[in-house]
Design a protein around this ligand. Structure first.
Ligand SMILES: Cc1ncc(C[n+]2csc(CCOP(=O)(O)OP(=O)(O)O)c2C)c(N)n1
Length: 326
């Protein structure tokens, strides 16, 4: 059963969502300045999903996602300074500066990435689920994917096998309405993505990804079901306010559509609900915003001042058990 989120917990979650948003906006600036290389996919508009789901995740649970992974890293408890350092390719980054934006990971926090190949992490999630079941552990695996990913083979293979073996995996689809520039209905025969769970006879549900309460409660129930009984397919209905990645000209949607979704903003929604309970005021929101700005300054300072990986790092972490040189 999902617990009632306390005032303190909600204030922490509100701040976390503001931090993720500002972190992403700052990353866009640093990208434009040429300080971040490669691709950069932002999570702006989707913050309630990572923040709410990670409250339901236990330390022993596992988390895998795709390339839109900064918010998930922060919510899973990775140090935002080390996340930013990774984006800048610095040695102090969570992956030693060798992974970059799409390859954030932490073995300690059971956060197994950050994956760039669409759907590539789904068989891995099923495999982690098999390890959990095989060794009779009590843990769940949360596998996060986009709605576009449900149209490819990896999705069907992974969900099918997880269902056959009753593996403890929650497949959480973040349906942000577009796969790059392709609107969901142009690529998927089934637009209520959660219904794809029927094909594998597993519990499935659609919910509002802009409402942190719904996210938390749905995930709490689904993760518990997975730990005990087997896989679940969830669909969080959400939206990304910015392009697929940096440099997306966004010709596939209108400004009016974006504004419509901005009116359902997950941070403002939580702020309104907390205000109604008497737990939030404009002054408090202002104070939180200022404290986030101060933290962000420190995050960027740390990342910018960190050293680049040295030459030796090139050969480190390539093999698990390196054969010594003769
Ligand atoms: C195997 C593979 N094919 C194509 C791409 C290019 N690509 C990157 S993201 C993306 C769209 C994925 O959309 P969705 O799963 O809905 O995730 P979202 O970006 O909306 O979070 C595509 C086609 C890729 N990275 N990997």
């Amino acid at each position: 059963m999902a617990k009632e989120l306390s005032k303190e917990e909600l204030l922490r979650l509100y701040r976390e969502m503001v931090l993720i948003r500002r972190f992403e906006e700052k990353s866009a600036e640093l990208y434009a300045e040429g300080k971040i290389g490669g691709f950069l996919h932002l999570y702006i508009g989707e913050e309630a999903i990572a923040a709410g789901a990670c409250v339901a995740l236990r330390d022993e649970d596992h988390l895998l996602t795709a390339y839109r992974d900064h918010g998930w890293a922060i919510s899973r408890g990775l140090d935002p300074k080390a996340v930013m350092a990774e984006l800048l390719g610095k040695a102090t980054g969570v992956s030693g500066g060798k992974g970059g934006s799409m390859h954030l990971a932490s073995a300690e926090r059971h956060y197994w990435g950050g994956h760039a190949i669409v759907g590539g992490h789904l068989p891995l999630a099923t495999g982690v689920g098999l390890e959990v079941r095989y060794n009779e552990k009590k843990a769940a695996v949360l596998c996060v994917l986009g709605e576009g990913t449900t149209n490819i083979g990896y999705f069907h293979e992974s969900v099918n096998l997880a269902a056959v073996w009753k593996l403890p995996v929650v497949f959480l689809v973040e349906n942000n309405q577009y796969g790059m520039g392709t609107e969901v209905g142009r690529a998927s025969a089934v637009t209520n993505i959660f219904e794809k769970g029927c094909a594998y006879d597993i519990p499935n549900k659609q919910f509002n990804g802009q409402d942190i309460f719904e996210v938390y409660e749905t995930l709490e129930e689904a993760l518990e079901h997975a730990r005990e009984n087997g896989p679940v397919l969830l669909e969080a209905v959400t939206y990304r306010y910015v392009g697929h990645s940096m440099g997306d000209p966004e010709r596939y949607r209108t400004k009016a559509e974006i504004e419509e979704w901005r009116a359902r903003d997950p941070i403002l929604r939580l702020q309104d609900k907390m205000t109604a309970k008497g737990w939030m005021t404009d002054e408090l929101a202002q104070e939180i915003a200022q404290s986030v700005e101060a933290e962000l300054k420190e995050i960027v300072r740390f990342a910018e001042e960190s050293p680049e990986p040295d030459d030796e790092a090139l050969c480190k972490d390539v093999y698990v058990n390196p054969i010594p040189h003769r």
